[in-house]
Ligand binder design. Structure first.
Ligand code: AP5
Ligand code: MG
Length: 212
């Protein structure tokens, strides 16, 4: 049975977009280090300022600290019936540590070219609850207001050209090797991220219906 899922893919491939649909379908919990770190960053204290500075430049946070943060969340009772991880693990050490502590059932890899990723991130708008829209591909009904929770939609601080370049470069260096890591474990399922949002969602759903 598939209960514990990892979403892999470059920035802008649609991890957070598809995550909303998967957790709804499987009734599992969502956890994204990006989201948790942005919440910490907005706290207004010294730690928050340090985290914001790293994220906004497109740099990664210290790997072992992010792992500690994620594991503390995953051990909470609400995660015991299954989880979807969006943005974790992001390097081989995080993946090895996760394997030592938890069971991973499947890894969905959403593939996308850098050129397409850059176009998508420039048009992305998000609310503080991480609901994700796009000025062309996924418009909200009211401009700059989230359809789901009514919060204001904004451009992320790391969705500007310099930070995007840095993030994609880190993806190729440290995150992409995870594809082979999970392929070797026979857990990898590949989806074409260049397809439409609805088509990708439908393919993921078909996969889950056939294999869940
Ligand atoms: P995080 O928030 O996870 O960002 P990311 O990994 O850079 O991924 P994105 O959220 O940019 O991409 P996405 O795939 O979710 O795309 P989306 O669905 O929005 O992490 C942020 C930061 O936190 C990191 O840079 C790092 O500093 C830190 N961090 C996080 N995890 C860490 C870790 N494990 N260790 C250390 N540090 C960590 O889609 C993009 C846009 O395209 C949207 O506008 C959407 O509407 C649109 N779209 C989506 N799908 C389609 C489609 N099929 N067709 C057309 N448009 C589409
Ligand atoms: Mg995301």
């Amino acid at each position: 049975m598939i209960r514990n899922i990892i979403l892999l893919g470059p920035q802008g491939s649609g991890k957070s977009t598809q995550a909303e649909k998967i957790i709804d379908f499987l009734k599992i919990k969502y956890l994204s280090p990006g989201q948790v770190l942005r919440e910490l960053a907005s706290a207004g204290d010294d730690l928050g300022a340090k985290i914001a500075n790293q994220i906004n430049q497109g740099k990664l946070l210290p790997s072992d600290e992010v792992t500690r943060l994620m594991f503390a969340k995953l051990r909470q009772p609400e995660f015991k019936n299954g989880w979807l991880l969006d943005g974790f693990p992001r390097d081989i050490v995080q993946a090895q540590d996760l394997d030592k502590a938890f069971r991973v059932d499947k890894v969905f890899n959403i593939e996308l070219s850098d050129a397409e990723a850059i176009e998508r991130l420039g048009g992305r708008r998000v609310c503080k609850n991480n609901h994700t829209f796009h000025i062309e591909h996924k418009k909200s009904s009211l401009e700059n207001i989230c359809d789901i929770c009514g919060e204001v939609l904004e451009q992320r601080h790391d969705d500007y050209p310099e930070a995007i370049k840095q993030r994609l470069s880190l993806y190729h260096q440290v995150t992409k090797p995870l594809i082979d890591y999970y392929k070797a474990q026979d857990k990898l399922v590949i989806f074409n991220g260049a397809d439409t949002i609805d088509n990708i969602a439908q393919k993921i759903r078909q996969y889950l219906e056939t294999n869940a």
